[in-house]
Design a binder for this molecule. Structure first.
Ligand code: C5P
Length: 256
């Protein structure tokens, strides 16, 4: 399995009772380090590393700080999700996937909209490396509602587009997907228990929604079938990030 055993969810999508629900919740919470530089990332990790196991490095931090920003995270034993959402010709994406695997990350993303040939090339590239990261296909960004989806020439609802992309991804050999909490139940029905469903757009009750459109609370997302939750601003912009993470973990634990 690409995900280390200690971080792999062991119960079925919130329906069984976990032996230690809080530990199970820790395995499923990914903190998005959406900060502008390595020093800010190090500061956040310092505050959160006793609470959280997974950290996501996305475009903002990676473009500012480069691959070097991943090294201390990996060296300190954290699991790193490299969320660069590759979308290019198959040969280029296959090479980028190999390069990402060399950096020691445990999850990485490509855009499902890159098409079946691109997805299959990325999958094949990772099948050729030892202990590969989990490859996730991003379906429709959680910041896109129907108006946004339609404005790029896709004449259907976000939910229908997510389903189309997921079916195409499954046919191309994918098992991991990123989707909004609003489509997670539909995707879980499609993938069955083997699917690795990673869900951003998580907002605890009462928190600021920001640019996200298709959102849910941590508990609801897990109940609907999420494997992992991605949470950024509700933790990273809280006055006390560790306290905010603990509150989310407690909410998650209640349904595990
Ligand atoms: O701050 P917030 O909790 O909204 O952060 C969500 C994170 O998940 C961001 O890093 C964003 O890039 C990422 N993401 C997303 N929607 C997707 C895929 C990734 O919001 N479909």
């Amino acid at each position: 399995m690409p995900i280390p055993e200690r971080l792999n969810p062991t119960v079925g999508f919130g329906r069984a009772v976990a032996a230690d629900p809080l530990e199970e919740a820790r395995k499923r919470l990914i903190v998005a380090l959406d900060v502008p530089d390595a020093a800010s990332a190090a500061n956040l990790v310092c505050q959160l590393e006793n609470t959280c196991h997974w950290f996501k490095v996305g475009l903002e931090l990676f473009v500012a700080a480069g691959p070097a920003v991943l090294k201390p995270l990996v060296a300190r034993g954290h699991s790193v999700f490299l969320d660069l959402k590759f979308h290019d010709i198959p040969n280029t994406v296959a090479g980028a996937a190999r390069s990402a695997a060399d950096l020691g990350v445990r999850m990485m993303t490509v855009h499902a909209a890159g098409g079946p040939a691109m997805l299959a090339a990325a999958r094949a590239a990772l099948d050729g490396v030892a202990n590969p990261p989990e490859l996730l296909a991003v379906t429709v960004l959680t910041s896109m509602d129907k108006t946004q989806v339609n404005s790029v020439g896709v004449d259907r609802s976000p939910a229908k587009q997510v389903e189309l992309l997921a079916r195409m991804g499954l046919d191309a050999g994918m098992r991991g997907f990123v989707c909004s909490p609003q489509e997670v139940a539909q995707l879980r029905a499609l993938t069955g228990p083997a699917g690795v469903l990673v869900i951003p757009g998580i907002r605890p009750a009462g928190s600021v929604i920001g640019d996200q459109k298709r959102i849910a609370t941590p508990g609801d997302a897990l109940r609907q079938g999420a494997s992992y939750l991605v949470v950024g601003r509700p933790i990273t912009q809280a006055p006390d990030p560790a306290e905010a993470a603990e509150a989310i973990l407690k909410e998650m634990a209640e349904v595990l």
